[in-house]
Design a protein around this ligand. Structure first.
Ligand SMILES: Cc1ncc(COP(=O)(O)O)c(C=O)c1O
Length: 373
């Protein structure tokens, strides 16, 4: 991850700016946590029971009637979901075996799969999500038993699956006796919709659910969780134990404190409006200053715009020209597990200084013109 000097316009980062964090709640929570037992004791390997309960309750609140909700003991608290991805892939896919993954997909998941020694098989995804028939074909042809996906506000594309598509995908996963690894990284970043975790529609143990608080509570309180049932949960706990033993109780206590304050809900409501204003400002500026850019989707949540540029654009070169002009953008190539489907860039609208968004897009437009001339 790159940090940016102050005078640079930064669209490249995956994180929200400090002004979008619940700073007052975080500082108060850290003070309280430092005074309590959590500052000195080693917590259980699967996490503080109260935090396990909170994660389970979050899923339970969106579980329809007739589905058995997850219990606190299905939850394993993680030192960030990045390390959870590694543990889950290692626990559920043997070395050299295939893992299905939406394409494009989060580069950190692609990296975690490579480190776990598993073979990534891309499944093309659109703003509607993966096509169930293509997914079925990929399961059949590869023999894979695990599919990694982001049904809500995918990083990078921003896609959110409809309820119907979610049901169809879940049906394919069940039919193949497989696992869906659901990465709900942007659960707290709904803008014009609410996230609907697939995990809350499944009580047969086919969904392994990851939820992160890093970007919504604070990148300095790096806490997330995985929710899984039965033997899968035991295998993941063993893999996670081998990697990190347990998560700092101080950070767990602080995270729990933040998300159980009444001010947390108020913060999330305000955040929704701020993200909407930033998203719309960036999309409008882009339309004005980079008319060649194509936005396939105005995301209903998340932090990013996923922008397609004219065919033949060298996005790495463009990123270098933009940087020379004082704008940092993320070239899209690293979000593809195989050949990129086209020249894409990812622009984060949650970064610092939205007042500079217009100027930033003007400079991107200029760099693109120069590249084409
Ligand atoms: C899609 C996705 N999953 C997982 C992560 C990892 O987040 P963390 O380890 O902070 O929970 C990220 C971080 O950028 C992400 O974008």
């Amino acid at each position: 991850m790159r940090s940016a000097p102050n005078d640079v316009i930064a669209f490249h980062s995956g994180y929200p700016d400090r002004e979008l964090l619940p700073e007052r709640l975080v500082r108060a929570a850290l003070t309280r946590a430092s005074r309590g037992d959590a500052a000195l004791f080693r917590p259980p390997a699967a996490g503080l029971p109260e935090l396990q309960s909170w994660f389970a309750q979050e899923l339970r609140s969106s579980t329809p009637l007739g589905i058995n909700p997850p219990t606190p003991s299905d939850v394993i608290v993680l030192p960030g979901t990045q390390s959870g991805l590694s543990s889950v892939f290692r626990a559920l896919v043997s070395g050299g075996q295939p893992l299905l993954m939406e394409s494009p997909s989060y580069w950190g998941a692609i990296l975690a799969a490579a480190q776990a020694g598993v073979r990534v098989v891309p499944v093309p995804s659109s703003p509607e999500g993966p096509d169930p028939e293509e997914l079925q074909r990929a399961f059949r042809e590869s023999g894979a038993r695990v599919f990694y996906a982001q049904p809500n506000y995918a990083n990078p594309s921003g896609a959110q699956w409809s309820a119907r598509r979610a049901e169809e995908v879940l049906e394919v996963v069940r039919r193949n006796g497989a696992f869906l690894v659901e990465d709900d990284w942007a659960h707290d970043f709904g803008i014009t919709s609410d996230p609907e975790p697939l995990a809350s529609r499944d009580d047969s143990g086919h969904v392994v659910y990851l939820r992160s608080l890093t970007k919504s509570v604070s990148p300095a309180i790096r806490v997330g969780a995985v929710v899984a049932r039965g033997p899968a949960r035991e295998r993941i706990l063993a893999a996670q134990g081998a990697e990190s033993m347990y998560v700092s109780g101080l950070l767990q206590a602080a995270a729990l404190d933040v998300v159980t304050q009444p001010g947390w809900q108020t913060h999330l409501r305000g955040l929704r409006h701020q993200l909407q204003a930033r998203r719309d400002l960036l999309a409008t500026s882009l339309r004005e200053h980079v008319p060649q850019a194509h936005l396939g989707l105005l995301p209903k949540g998340g932090l990013n715009l996923w922008v397609r540029l004219p065919d033949g654009t060298d996005v790495d070169q463009l990123a270098r020209s933009c940087e020379a002009a004082g704008v940092l953008i993320a070239p899209g190539n690293e979000w593809f597990p195989a050949e990129p489907a086209g020249p894409f860039i990812r622009l984060n609208y949650a970064g610092p200084n939205p007042g500079a968004f217009r100027e930033g897009t003007r400079l991107i437009g200029q760099a693109l013109e120069q590249a084409g001339s």
